[in-house]
Ligand binder design. Structure first.
Ligand code: 8YV
Length: 315
C-alpha cells in the first residue's frame, strides 16, 4: 500500500519522526526555503497535515492541498487551524486533549510559586555573591491562603484549581456558565469582577475569536498593582499592549507568561521588565506528555487512513 502524503508543518522529536516516516510519506514544510514553491509542488498530492498547536494550518496552506482529508494537531489548542476552511471542505481535524492537562496545570502553578516567591532573583542572589555581600534576600509575597481566580474552568483550568486548593487558596472562576463539577469554587461570570477579587488570575481558556483580548485593560487594572496574571493558554486571550502598559506603569503587579504574540519573536518590551516570568511555550513540555501527544497525532492519522473512527476529533 502506498503511504499517504502528509505535510508536516513543524518539527517533532526523533521518537515521533521515525514512526511517522515509517507509515507516511512526510513532506517537511518547515524545512523549505521557498514555502510557496514547496506547496505548489507537493500540495496537490497531500492528503493529511501534521502540525503543532501554535502553528496550526492557515487558509493558504489548506487551499494549496486540494486532496486534503485530515489535519492532526500536536496540541490541545486548534485555534491556529482555519476551521472555517476545513468545515467548508469536510476536512477532519484532531487534537491531543487530556494527555497534556496535568503538565500544563503543573507549569501554571509552578510559575505562580516561582514568581511570587522571587525564586529566579533569589538564585541570582546566591550565585552572584549578593547573599554574602548584601545579606538577606528581599521579602516576597506568600501564595497559600490567598485568592486565586481561574478564567476558563475547562480541563486545564479545573486541574489548576484542584492544585490551588492544596495551597488552601480561596478559589473562584469565570466561564460561560457555572460548572456542576466545581461545587466548592465560587462562580463569578464577569472576568472583571473575578480579577478584582483575585491576587492571582490564571488564564486557561481555549482561544477562539470570541475570547480574543478577553483579558483587556479593564481586567488587567482590576487585578491591580498587587495582582499577578498567569497565562498558560494563548497570547490572543490577552491584549498584550494593555498588559505591557500596565506592567510598565505598575498598574499590574506582575505576570508569568508561557505564550506570546508572534512567538518565539516576542515583543522586546517584555525583555526589559523586572516584574515578569517568561517561559518559552513549554507547559506541555515533558518527555512523558510529548510522547503521548506524538502517539495521538499518529494514531489519529492511522485511524483516518484505515477508515476507522478518529480518536480525538474536533471536527
Ligand atoms: C504545543 C500547545 O502544541 O497544546 C497546545 O495547544 O500549544 C502546545 O502543547 C506544543 O508546544 C508543541 O508545539
Amino acid at each position: 500500500m502506498t503511504k499517504p502524503d502528509i505535510l508536516q508543518i513543524g518539527p517533532y522529536p526523533e521518537w515521533d519522526q521515525v514512526p511517522l516516516e515509517q507509515n507516511f510519506h512526510m513532506h517537511r514544510y518547515f524545512e523549505a526555503a521557498d514555502k510557496a514553491a514547496f506547496l505548489a509542488e507537493v500540495g496537490p498530492g497531500i492528503r493529511g497535515i501534521a502540525t503543532r498547536g501554535e502553528l496550526g494550518a492557515n487558509a493558504a496552506i489548506i487551499e494549496a492541498c486540494p486532496r486534503l482529508e485530515v489535519i492532526s494537531v500536536y496540541g490541545v489548542g486548534f485555534d491556529a487551524v482555519d476551521l472555517a476552511a476545513c468545515r467548508a471542505r469536510g476536512i477532519r481535524v484532531t487534537n491531543t486533549p487530556d494527555v497534556l492537562t496535568n503538565d500544563v496545570a503543573d507549569l501554571g502553578v509552578a510559575m505562580m510559586l516561582v514568581q511570587s516567591r522571587g525564586m529566579i532573583g533569589a538564585e541570582t542572589w546566591v550565585k552572584d555573591g549578593s547573599w554574602g555581600a548584601k545579606g538577606l534576600y528581599p521579602l516576597k509575597r506568600r501564595v497559600w491562603g490567598r485568592r486565586a481566580g481561574v478564567l476558563g474552568l475547562g480541563r486545564i483550568g479545573f486541574e489548576v484549581a484542584k492544585r490551588l486548593a492544596g495551597f488552601d487558596m480561596e478559589i473562584a472562576y469565570s466561564d460561560v456558565a457555572a460548572k456542576e463539577y466545581a461545587p466548592d469554587w465560587e462562580f463569578i461570570a464577569d472576568p472583571v469582577a473575578l480579577a478584582a477579587r483575585s491576587d492571582f488570575l490564571f488564564v486557561t481558556l481555549a482561544a477562539s475569536a470570541a475570547t480574543r483580548h478577553i483579558v483587556g485593560q479593564t481586567v488587567i487594572e482590576a487585578l491591580g498593582p498587587e495582582g499577578m496574571l498567569i497565562n498558560i493558554s494563548r497570547a490572543s486571550n490577552i491584549d498584550e499592549d494593555a498588559l505591557l502598559n500596565a506592567l510598565e506603569t505598575g498598574k499590574l503587579g506582575s505576570a508569568a507568561l508561557d505564550v506570546f504574540e508572534g512567538e518565539p519573536n516576542l515583543n522586546p518590551r517584555f525583555l526589559s521588565l523586572s516584574n515578569v516570568l517568561l517561559q518559552p511555550h513549554h507547559a506541555s513540555g515533558t518527555i512523558e506528555t510529548r510522547k503521548a501527544m506524538g502517539k495521538l497525532v499518529r494514531d489519529n492519522l492511522t485511524a483516518h487512513f484505515a477508515g476507522e473512527a478518529l480518536l480525538t476529533p474536533v471536527l
